[in-house]
Design a protein around this ligand. Sequence first.
Ligand SMILES: NC(=O)C1=CN([C@@H]2O[C@H](COP(=O)(O)OP(=O)(O)OC[C@H]3O[C@@H](n4cnc5c(N)ncnc54)[C@H](O)[C@@H]3O)[C@@H](O)[C@H]2O)C=CC1
Ligand SMILES: N[C@@H](CC=O)C(=O)O
Ligand code: NA
Length: 815
Amino acid sequence: MRVLKFGGSSVATPQRILDVVDIVSKARARNCQAVVFSAFGGVTDQLIAMARQAEAGDEDFARSFQELELRHITTVRELISAANQSQVMGRVKMMLNELEDVLQGIQLVGELTPRTLDFIMSFGERLSNYIISRTLTDRGIPAGFLDTRTVIRTGDQFGKALVDMETTQELLTNHFAAKPDVQIVTGFIGATNTGVTTTLGRGGSDLTASILGACLKAEAIEIWTDVSGIMTADPRKVRKAFPVKHVTYEEAQEMSHFGAKVIYPPTMQPAMARNIPIWIKNTFEPDAEGTLISGEPDQTELPVKGISSIGHVALVRVQGAGMIGVAGVAQRIFGALAKAGINTILISQASSEHSVCFAVSPDQAEKSRQVLLESFAFEVQRGQISDIVVEDNMCVVAVVGENMRSTPGIAGKVFQALGRNGVNVAAIAQGSSELNISVVISRKDEQKALIAVHDAFFLSGLKTANLFFIGVGLIGSTAIDMLLKQRDKLRETLKIDLRIIGMCNSRKMLFDLNGIDENDWKQQLDKKGGPQTLDAFLEHAASLNLPGSIMVDCTSAEEVAARYHGILKNSISIVTPNKKACSGSMARYQALHREALRRDVSLLYETNVGAGLPLIKTLQEMHHTGDTIHSVEGVLSGTLSYLFNEYDGSRPFSQLVGEAREKGFTEPDPRDDLNGMDVARKLLILAREIGLTLELADIQMEPLLPASLFDAPDTEAFLQDLPSVDEAFKARYEEARGAGKKLRYIAKVSAEGARISLQHVDETHPCYGLQSTDNLILIHSDCYSNRPMVVAGPGAGPKVTASGVVGDIIKSALR
Ligand SMILES: NC(=O)C1=CN([C@@H]2O[C@H](COP(=O)(O)OP(=O)(O)OC[C@H]3O[C@@H](n4cnc5c(N)ncnc54)[C@H](O)[C@@H]3O)[C@@H](O)[C@H]2O)C=CC1
Ligand SMILES: N[C@@H](CC=O)C(=O)O
Ligand code: NA
């Protein structure tokens, strides 16, 4: 036989009761013979409140009673056909009248004993189960109503009565032997051997099902609730949580202890003692498989079954040199706490024995400290115990799974996931059963830790990347469009789950924790975006505290570059085409790299030189492999390349600059291209990548255009003045052409220094044949000594740059 149990939420309305009737009707084919129901959703609480009101002489209980009465009567009207209604209604009204009498009695004497409260509460289950049993019969499903006061024998511990299993087993066995129809069984209640009504305490209906299952040797118990089983994590905190197929009793207990509220652990005890499997099923999704809880560990399942947390605890630390090697300290600490009625959630002591720490509920933290100060007054006075410190605002995150004990690397995975995301661990505990690894961390990191650890164990390598874009101009927007287009493929092939959580330009900013919708992100930013300040944007991104956070800076602003250190410090990776950070002071360049390394996050800026061309990573790899790089030389500006390649005298130089700007080759301010500064920054970055310590001022630069031109107050004025150099440029071009040569702005760095010069190159020069925006870089090293390594191709433009940015984002997400 099978025992089913439905909680209050499953029978909160007449419509839900009908859904349950359908489930019960089908369950008969699975040999279902007993179905335990709670009171209709909310009724038990209402009964308790009414009784207390009556006790206090508050007349309001009568109004509340009328509501309750109406609810049950309406349910009968809606569920039972006219032919059978009056009989059912008669009995329901009888019960309600009795309830009303008792309430009035309480009001009269002004006293509510635990015994009377149990009696009052019993009406909830008696009413619901009677009505449901009649609903079934009314619909042609023969069903009996079993008031468990006749079969569940308890002591007289009102409010939480202890069950006499032996007598109960006998009574239940006799009852079921004589009843072929499915029995609708009141949860939560029982009676003493003199027939006084009792209740079974928290989770009472689950306990009833468990007792029935155990006493009747059921093949299984099914607990029907409002979720599809025990989840891998709390779905309100971890979006990607899913139901676990199979857990052991112990695992279910651990997971429930840490907040998986599907079943109240003590209620499993009777079923567990007789090895009766328990299924957790979803009333609202009856076809979902649910979770099986049984005694057999399932070797085929993942070693970790769930990640859960206790959202707020306080950590108490007792420390001092006087504790080392002294027997009985732990006994005194925990003895004193136990005596004061303080429950410890977690305990940890390192083998140095210098300190013991334990977690308690925050409202017991100060009391714990006082208790220990008193107990150890002597040791504190003598300095043997130096301190008893309370750290509030902590939480516990626990990884649970029975097969963990035989699987190496679990703890490593937990701590790697936490460390990578900047979560600091204050204390660690692993029970010797190895069923549970618990870490105490700051409360603010709870969700981040849950997501990070959950991803690490359950999403077989699925990596979360939460992106924040600063700057959504030409490059930023092209990169976003590219990313959104690729997102599904990236999820499939590389197992990266990408979401754009925040974006801003210099006017507006927008956040959406579910990811900013792909199609209309521009309109959303425009319409829904709030006013932007860089501080507010960065602060909010950091406060969201999401794992796998990546800041993508697509501005050219020094103001943003100046914040990189703070961003990395928050364990947020950076991807950027903005050259300002890496071409600022050497001290900052080094500090940023150190910080990224320290926080184990990425700092990626491949597009700083040669746009999408693989230059930075190539040099970094060569450098790391131990190759000595002697020189790096070539054309580093896409814009200048374009100007020299396209110029043939037919269109003036100034017009070509306008074209380059329109095509998105130039810097946001094209003066940076034409004054050589863009090339200087790039050369400086390359120099640093090969291990040289240089500053911008160390770069010798031959100017391309007269310095006076750059005195213009702004970009527009500069561009207006630009035609004044058209003739001079033409002359230069003609001069080169006359000699069979081409103009190239060539940058070179070696141990001798860094130089940028305007050269006339002939056809033997590797840069002679460049086209459009081509960059070409020659790398001479120990390994590439006779012939250099050559990296060449288009070196500017929105597509090639955005693809480099997206490449860096993927690289960062894959770390
Ligand atoms: N165009 C190209 O071929 C290449 C460009 N780059 C770099 O890409 C970066 C972006 O260039 P574009 O997209 O062309 O520039 P853009 O001018 O089109 O866009 C810049 C964006 O940054 C925003 N912004 C500027 N200052 C800001 C601030 N303080 N806070 C927040 N947002 C701010 C602007 O509102 C705009 O959305 C530049 O650093 C550039 O050097 C790098 C390699 C190649
Ligand atoms: N403006 C730059 C863009 C790439 O960094 C260039 O022209 O090369
Ligand atoms: Na590059």
